[in-house]
Design a protein around this ligand. Structure first.
Ligand SMILES: Cc1ncc(COP(=O)(O)O)c(C=O)c1O
Length: 478
């Protein structure tokens, strides 16, 4: 098969899948045994033809896909890989770029520099911040906390990159009891320990209690790191960032995990929710969630480029790195200085060495959507989440447990005949997943089993919400 035939066949298979994804069940249909039978087997000596391999991949994988790009997929917080980002990703794969250095992909370095500048503008964050394009918010949190670790210990006279944490001055780490699991995991990977953190209680919506933080900080002296959150993974609630920033000012590094909630800043209607966010020292977010860039795509943003770079950079004689001429400031790699900005080497801003040129898809998504497009994507998802909450309360008799401030809904179902509400809620989730009209998951909120709905896809319409409400209602009544 020629290269044009192979690539055109892949594109045709991709668009045929997208054309039917709204009408096939959202849940995977194949069993693990069936997938092992179709995708397993021994590695052959002679290999197979490209056309045969591509067709088998498409045919065998599709029944085992969770159809996250369906307009009625409401699980986890998964963006629906918008077509523009996917098309840019086709090209990215075809170009085969290694994004580590300016020298290995000048075009990618400039596309990331531009996308980084656009992201800072959209989110209202300081334009001199540095930005790294990582796999997701887990690695964004990791990179931001590594930058914090560097800055706090550097200020205490300790070179953590050189000497590690053995014998280092202790760093107090304060997180909310509702911090996403990727925060303790990042701390663990950084040698800071997930068990020695101080956990601050949260309120009924999952927001860190600022009064409790104030009390905690009052009892601490020395290097301190505080992790706040924009967008609780269950409720969507945002911590009182302005007040928290005031408490941290001059005494702690403030990091904000805003995997999806940070995008509220891009919406004039919702930006009040993240008021004060620009006062933090670092931020972690995703492009593969609300921006609907294809997986994987996370963003780490640090107000202090020198700390970010010191924590991440590496060098070797064979690397053709763009060395800054002369001493002085570290540019954040966002090109905000204009034509005089030094070229960007991605290896300075992320933990990876070789890496995918994922910035092309982010650039393409942002260029296509523009400011208004991003704001309306965020607004639309939030309006649809409210519609879902109202529909579930009215038609399915659900109790809604959260204030629907963003795109997250928590619903709980009581059996008409009385009985175990936790068990019935889980049963309604399982029935809904099996029924196939839509897909959503479960969680536990304040000790209660809940159905968890996240509206994060660009293609979801009011009709999709209404159809899903009817399907869930019939599962709750069955
Ligand atoms: C608040 C929060 N932080 C971090 C993450 C982890 O993001 P990722 O899966 O992109 O690593 C999530 C994922 O849902 C999240 O909601």
């Amino acid at each position: 098969m020629s290269i044009p035939e192979l690539f055109e066949r892949a594109a045709r298979l991709a668009h045929e899948y997208r054309a039917r994804v709204g009408s096939i069940p959202v849940a995977p249909r194949a069993s693990m045994a069936a997938l092992r039978a179709s995708l397993g087997g021994a590695l052959t000596e002679a290999g197979s033809s490209e056309g045969d391999t591509l067709d088998l991949l498409a045919r065998a994988a599709e029944p085992g896909l969770l159809n996250t790009v369906s307009p009625r997929f409401f699980g986890f917080v998964i963006g629906a890989s918008a077509p523009m980002g996917v098309a840019a990703d086709f090209l990215t794969s075809a170009w085969g770029q290694n994004a580590g250095l300016y020298a290995t992909s000048p075009a990618l370095a400039v596309a990331e520099e531009t996308a980084a500048r656009w992201v800072l503008e959209l989110l209202g964050l300081p334009p001199t911040s540095s930005v790294g394009f990582v796999t997701g918010c887990q690695m964004a949190n990791f990179t931001a906390l590594a930058s914090a670790r560097h800055a706090l210990l550097h200020a205490a006279g300790w070179d953590v990159e050189e000497h590690g944490l053995f014998g280092a001055p202790p760093v107090h780490v304060v997180i909310s009891e509702e911090a996403h699991v990727t925060i303790p995991r990042a701390l663990r990977l950084l040698g800071m320990g997930q068990g020695r953190v101080i956990r601050v209680p949260s309120d009924a919506q999952g927001r860190m209690r600022a009064d409790a933080l104030e009390q905690t900080l009052g009892g601490l002296q020395g290097p301190t790191l505080v992790c706040a959150q924009a967008g609780n993974v269950n409720t969507g609630a945002v911590d009182d960032l302005d007040r928290i920033a005031s408490l941290c000012a001059g005494r702690a590094w403030l990091h904000v995990d805003g995997a999806f909630g940070l995008w509220a800043a891009a919406s004039p209607r919702l930006s009040h929710l993240v008021h004060g966010v620009a006062r933090a020292d670092s931020w972690a977010t995703d492009a593969h969630k609300w921006l609907n860039a294809p997986y994987d795509s996370g963003l780490v943003i640090v107000k202090h480029p020198a700390a970010h770079k010191a924590a991440m950079t590496t060098d070797a004689a064979y690397l053709v790195k763009e060395r800054l001429s002369g001493p002085g400031a570290v540019s954040g790699g966002t090109g905000h200085e204009g034509d005089s900005a030094p070229p960007r080497d991605a290896v300075d801003w992320v933990p990876e060495f070789s890496r995918r040129a994922r910035g092309f898809a982010v650039w393409a998504q942002l260029r296509t959507l523009g400011r208004t497009g991003v704001a309306s994507l965020v607004d639309r998802c939030c309006a649809l989440a409210s519609r879902m909450a109202q529909g579930l309360a009215r038609e399915a008799g659900a109790e809604i447990l959260n204030d629907v401030v963003l795109n997250q809904v928590l619903a709980r179902f009581t059996p008409a005949s009385g009985g175990d509400t936790d068990a019935f809620t889980r049963e309604v989730i399982a029935r809904t997943q099996r029924e196939g009209t839509c897909w959503l998951g479960g969680s536990v909120w304040k000790g209660k089993a809940v159905m968890r709905v996240s509206v994060s896809g660009h293609a979801t319409t009011e009709e999709d919400i209404d159809r899903s409400v009817r399907a869930i209602a019939s599962c709750a009544k069955a």
